[in-house]
Structures are given as structure tokens and as C-alpha cells.
Design a protein around this ligand. Structure first.
Ligand SMILES: [Zn+2]
Length: 281
């Protein structure tokens, strides 16, 4: 396999009014098209370009927002104990001129391993010790301080949530509707997890959205937003959130940033009949 690091330097940047958004990559995450739910397998194979059982990789992207002199990271990457092709974020940040110590705040889309294991190093120390950790109150209520539920998809993640967020507890801020940071608000789009959050970024009449895990299979789910993935805790709800959020993005002409879109993950949605396509932006 070629080098899994998709980072290009200087980091790709887009402007949203006065806010800068820089794209960083943590590496790549293996999957197969068999994770698609609600689509005939031959259709999923044809649209994705991969056969059932054939391994391919999703990019794992994070973004840095420069807002009024503050450095704000969206999602924290996977750390280097999850999969050998992941854990590039801290090195890529440094190579791109962002010292992890300079990160003032981290906006979490949700508390899944590939988005939060990178909060701490292998000794349990915070990678971003000066950062305030900001997450939606619904996501926090679902994961933090919870007892096992009997669902292994949830239970196996609970100890990681405790360990990864612990060093940030004294600087953790839970948010709901309204501005979380100047020009940034949470848009709850549940389904993948109950509190899965897109972050809507607005400045001087321009708008962007970092939609986290609203899309995993770019070549399938943009054209067929009703298709869920096995990683969704509630696939039907995730599909409703995807359709609702896609309509907002397309009708508003918003710049889209995606955790698992092809790096750098900057795009714009356009309606294509009853569905959508995504154009690089
Ligand atoms: Zn993810």
C-alpha cells in the first residue's frame, strides 16, 4: 500500500468570510462496501467501485478553524493505537505550522474512536492540554458516565470515552442550540450517534458546515442518501438527518467539510434529480 498519509503541505485552506478553515488528515481507515445498509449489494459494488469483501480505505480528516486569533480544531483524530494507517494528525498539524499546544478549543462531532482517541497519547496525557473540549449536550449525555447497555457497539466504546475525555473534564463545555464559538453553532444530526453534531460556520454572509460522519461512502451516500452504514447506531435516523442536512447544504450553497470525504474533503452539494452530487470546492 502507498503511504497512507494524505496530508499535503501547506495545508489546504478555504475562507468562510473572516474565518479560515485548514484541512488536516489523520490517515486512512479500512472498510468494505459490505458496511452499506439499505441498498442492494450489486448497486453498492457498482457505485463504490469495490467488490464485496474487498478492503478499501476511508480518509480521516480534521479541520482547524482560525477564528478571531483563536485556533479551533474540529475532531481529534484516532491516536496511534487504533490502526497502523492512522494517528498522523499531531505530526501533520506541526508540519502545517499548528503546534498542538496552541489549540484553544476542540469541537467534537461525536465520540467515536476515530474522532477522539487522538485526544490523549499512549500514556493518557492530553495531546491538546490547553484546549477547551466542546461537545453537544446530547452526545455527552449518551456516552459520558454511562453504565454498560448490553449493546457491544456502545459498551466497547464506554471505557475509551472515559479515558479520552478525562484530562479535559475541567475544561469541557456542553452546548445545545446557539453559538458555541463566534460564528460557529451546533447542528444536531442524530443517527450515527444520538448526539452526532455538524458544526455550522458563518462569517460575513458565507457559510460552511463540517458534517462529521454524515457520509462514509462518498460515492454511494451522496447519490443515495437513504443508504446507511453498519457503523450508524440508528441507520434510519441517520438517513433522515442526512437528507435534511443535504437539503440545507445544497439550498444554501454551503461549503461542505467532511470527516470521511476524500482529502481535503472540501465540497459543495448540488441537487441531481431527487438526489445529490458533490463537486470539489
Ligand atoms: Zn468516523
Amino acid at each position: 500500500m502507498s503511504d497512507p498519509n494524505r496530508q499535503t503541505l501547506p495545508p489546504p485552506v478555504r475562507h468562510v468570510g473572516d474565518i479560515e478553515a485548514l484541512a488536516f488528515n489523520d490517515g486512512i481507515l479500512p472498510t468494505t462496501v459490505d458496511c452499506a445498509v439499505g441498498i442492494d449489494l450489486p448497486d453498492a459494488e457498482r457505485m463504490s467501485g469495490f467488490r464485496s469483501g474487498e478492503k478499501f480505505f476511508l480518509h480521516v480528516n480534521e479541520y482547524v478553524l482560525k477564528i478571531e486569533g483563536r485556533t479551533v480544531l474540529i475532531d481529534a483524530g484516532s491516536g496511534d493505537n487504533m490502526y497502523p494507517t492512522l494517528g498522523r494528525l499531531p505530526g501533520n498539524l506541526r508540519a502545517g505550522g499548528i503546534d498542538p499546544l496552541s489549540v484553544d478549543a476542540i469541537l467534537m462531532t461525536h465520540l467515536h474512536p476515530d474522532h477522539m482517541h487522538g485526544l490523549i497519547d499512549n500514556d493518557g496525557a492530553p495531546v491538546f492540554p490547553n484546549a477547551e473540549l466542546i461537545l453537544h449536550e446530547t452526545e455527552a449525555a449518551f456516552w459520558i458516565g454511562k453504565q454498560p447497555t448490553g449493546d457491544p457497539r456502545i459498551d466497547k466504546n464506554l471505557p475509551h470515552v472515559e479515558r479520552n475525555t478525562r484530562p479535559y473534564r475541567s475544561r469541557m463545555r456542553l452546548v445545545g442550540a446557539g453559538e458555541a464559538l463566534p460564528g460557529v453553532r451546533a447542528h444536531l444530526c442524530p443517527g450515527h450517534t444520538p448526539g452526532h453534531t455538524a458544526w455550522v460556520i458563518s462569517s460575513r454572509g458565507e457559510t460552511a458546515i463540517m458534517w462529521g460522519d454524515l457520509v462514509h461512502l462518498q460515492n454511494v451516500q451522496v447519490a443515495r442518501p437513504e443508504v446507511a452504514v453498519s457503523y450508524d447506531l440508528d441507520g434510519a435516523q441517520a438517513a433522515r438527518s442526512r437528507k435534511e442536512t443535504f437539503a440545507m447544504c445544497a439550498d444554501g450553497g454551503w461549503l461542505v467539510l467532511g470527516a470521511h470525504l476524500d482529502f481535503p474533503g472540501f465540497g459543495r452539494l448540488a441537487r441531481a434529480g431527487d438526489a445529490y452530487r458533490i463537486d470539489p470546492a
